[in-house]
Design a protein around this ligand. Structure first.
Ligand SMILES: [Zn+2]
Length: 450
């Protein structure tokens, strides 16, 4: 199979693309974030294009390794009739970036669009709060050869969008999925709203087309809708050609030109894209791909890791940050940034572990206390009585005491009951407040019991 994607995601801006209305449409009652421009009332003229939206689109195009259009770019009117589109046309820019790449999938183009309103067929009402919110559309070449590859691509793309800080992520994603099998025709699937949905739609469509071809039935070139609840696709209409949209340049909007200094300025400020960062982490810090991906899953986490390894050995830091730190963040259902854990807290904790001032077990308990805490790990360790791995003498004394106080367990041990050793180790742990190393404790107990 061959699969190409067209992904729309909202750009992060305060105001709409061609007017000053707010973009927080989800928090406001229907039809309150509107004006004559985004309602497209007769004679209403759009304001000049929102500069933050344009800059965000340029940044995302650059992070996807696109070439930036040197010529003048402008908006076209794409005509179609639907209740959510009061003007009868959607403004969509010509490509601002083209010929990009994301992990071997070619990006054909990146352009901007305005979001239409929201039509609710069950009530027959339209909410225009969303009308005019800036969108970015990313179009790939048909380079994905399985539903799994498409899913992998979308996950990586969402990471790029999150890194950019200029897009709203998977929650606002709408994708059109093109799929064709060898010997068949191109089918476009609309209404795909999540990565999981794209994967399921492709799986379903692949099987449907395979069965048609097996029976010698021709696959029709058409547009199909994905029904998320049932995870199936149904025929919508025969595929339109570009001519059906009767594109014309929008005469109300001035043309735009991104000059070299603007592009250079964005390049200097934009973060290293996550897929590039992952590869660099693998080489620079000798990390496995999976581990590098965990550490680059969030820009702030990746940046903190790089600060931490200035003082802590890279592999040791990676182990603690990808396992224990991520576990705590995940458990608390927060991002690393939201946890407010600082580089200095992590460095101090890892140094205490390296210097054997605390056990690994104590380290895990301390890390659980770090989210939203301004306390230093050392302070937490002292507060919880976790400082200091007890010395040999202390373990020896605790072991002697455990043996003395538990004659029944000792008896069981001599009769070959293995579980009693665990019990005695537990007693030593209790006496040393969890600071003894389990392996060493077993050794000491065995020696004493001889
Ligand atoms: Zn408006």
């Amino acid at each position: 199979m061959k699969c190409g994607l067209e992904i729309h995601v909202q750009l992060e801006t305060d105001s709409k693309l061609f007017c000053d209305c707010r973009t927080n449409y989800q928090d406001t009652p229907a039809n309150t974030n509107i004006c004559h421009v985004c309602l497209n009332q007769p004679g209403a003229k759009p304001y000049p294009t929102n500069e933050k939206a344009l800059e965000g689109a340029l940044k995302i195009a650059l992070m996807l390794d696109c070439k930036i259009a040197k010529e003048v770019t402008y908006f076209m009117r794409k005509h179609y009739n639907y209740p959510d589109l009061s003007s009868g046309y959607q403004r969509t820019s010509i490509p601002i970036g083209y010929e990009g790449d994301l992990n071997g999938v070619r990006i054909r183009e990146v352009h901007m669009e305005e979001d239409p309103g929201q039509y609710k067929p069950d009530t027959g009402t339209v909410d225009f709060n969303r009308s005019g919110i800036p969108l970015i559309e990313i179009v790939t070449e048909p380079d994905m050869k399985s539903p799994e590859e498409a899913r992998k691509f979308l996950r990586e793309l969402i990471r790029v969008l999150e890194y950019s800080g200029n897009a709203r992520g998977e929650g606002t994603m709408r994708a059109d999925v093109n799929i064709s099998l060898e010997g068949g025709k191109r089918v476009e699937i609309k209404n795909v709203n999540s990565i999981k949905g794209a994967y399921k739609a492709l799986k379903f469509e692949m099987v449907r087309q395979k069965n048609l071809l097996k029976r010698g039935v021709e696959v029709t070139q058409e547009t199909r809708a994905f029904l998320e609840a049932q995870m199936i696709t149904v025929s919508m209409r025969l595929k339109e050609e570009a001519e059906d949209y009767r594109y014309i340049p929008d005469p109300d909007l001035p043309p735009m030109k991104s000059d070299d200094s603007q592009v250079q300025g964005i390049k200097e400020k934009m973060p290293e894209p996550p897929h590039i960062k992952t590869k660099r982490f693998m080489e620079e810090y000798h990390l496995a791909e999976e581990h590098a991906k965990v550490l680059t899953s969030e820009l702030e986490l990746a940046d903190t890791y790089e600060d931490v390894v200035k003082e802590i050995e890279a592999e040791f830091a990676a182990l603690w940050m990808r396992d224990e730190l991520k576990r705590v963040i995940y458990y608390n259902k927060m991002t690393f940034q939201e946890s407010e854990i600082t580089t200095s807290q992590i460095v101090e904790l890892l140094q205490m572990l390296q210097n054997k001032e605390i056990t690994a077990k104590a380290g895990k308990r301390i890390i659980e206390q770090l989210p939203h805490s301004s306390k230093s790990p050392r302070f937490i360790a002292e507060e919880m009585g976790l400082v200091g791995i007890v010395n040999e003498d202390e373990v020896l004394n605790a072991a002697k005491k455990a043996i003395e106080e538990n004659p029944a367990a000792v008896e069981d041990y001599h009769q070959g009951k293995k579980a009693s050793m665990n019990f005695l180790v537990g007693q030593v742990m209790k006496l040393t407040r969890g600071k003894a190393e389990p392996g060493n404790t077993v050794k000491i107990l065995r020696d004493l019991l001889k």
